[in-house]
Design a binder for this molecule. Structure first.
Ligand code: ADP
Ligand code: MG
Ligand code: MG
Length: 213
């Protein structure tokens, strides 16, 4: 079942890549306001490398956890930049939590997302309110866990959590960046959302749509 799950997750990663492709200029534009403008291209390099690595792992018969860990390695190796390292950490943590022994279910995915969030916070040291992807990730993960614990299916829980991430990413427009490259130009970023929070929300929103199919 883990191999079937790996194939399904491979489709999710293909959708992540497609979503990034559709928004690459928007993400670059957001990052050029106070950052260095490479968030679109970095996310594109990372998500394409992750998708390719997932295909190779699936063809080799890997289970879901191993497939995600390989995808995470490829994302951080090829993306460059802070967000690439953090997405690599996230996919590796998710893969390690899900493992290869059984098909992922709502509780293991929620636990894996929580582990990914902890991995990102341990690596990047950003806190909620620092105007980073953490501002979208924390409410996403908390909502996912709350909904799953309340008995929602993965698709239902993920959809509610994605709405929370979209709202939280939009709300970063009111914050001043306290981490990363945007910090020296903090005041320029007032009024625009954080690029990494925005891309995170776009991605989890798109994944919600495929989970409900
Ligand atoms: P770089 O800043 O290296 O050019 P990107 O432009 O791809 O990398 O990504 C920028 C995004 O990375 C920011 O918008 C923010 O969301 C996220 N980010 C930066 N530093 C951190 C951090 N320490 N912890 C979490 N996220 C961070
Ligand atoms: Mg950048
Ligand atoms: Mg950069």
């Amino acid at each position: 079942e883990s191999r079937v799950a790996a194939e399904r997750l491979g489709e999710v990663l293909a959708l992540v890549r497609q979503t990034v492709d559709e928004h690459v200029h928007e993400l670059g534009g957001l990052d050029s306001i106070a950052g260095d403008g490479d968030h679109g291209i970095g996310m594109q390099r990372g998500s394409h490398a992750a998708g390719d690595a997932a295909c190779v792992a699936i063809a080799a018969g890997a289970g879901a956890g191993t497939m995600l860990e390989r995808a995470g390695d490829a994302w951080s190796d090829r993306a460059g930049g802070t967000s690439g390292a953090l997405w690599g950490v996230a996919l590796r943590s998710l893969g390690a939590a899900i493992g290869d022994e059984q098909a992922p279910h709502a509780a293991s995915v929620a636990a894996g997302v929580a582990a990914a969030g902890e991995g990102i916070r341990a690596y990047g040291k950003a806190k909620v309110g620092d105007k980073t992807m953490v501002d979208a990730l924390v409410p996403f993960s908390a909502t996912l866990t709350r909904e799953v614990n309340g008995g929602a299916s993965l698709a239902e829980a993920w959809a509610v959590a994605a709405d929370a991430a979209v709202a939280a990413a939009a709300a970063t427009a009111d914050l001043l960046p306290r981490m990363g490259r945007a910090r020296p130009h903090a005041e320029k970023s007032l009024g625009t959302p954080d690029p990494g929070a925005h891309s995170f929300a776009l991605i989890v929103r798109a994944v919600a749509d495929v989970l409900t199919e």
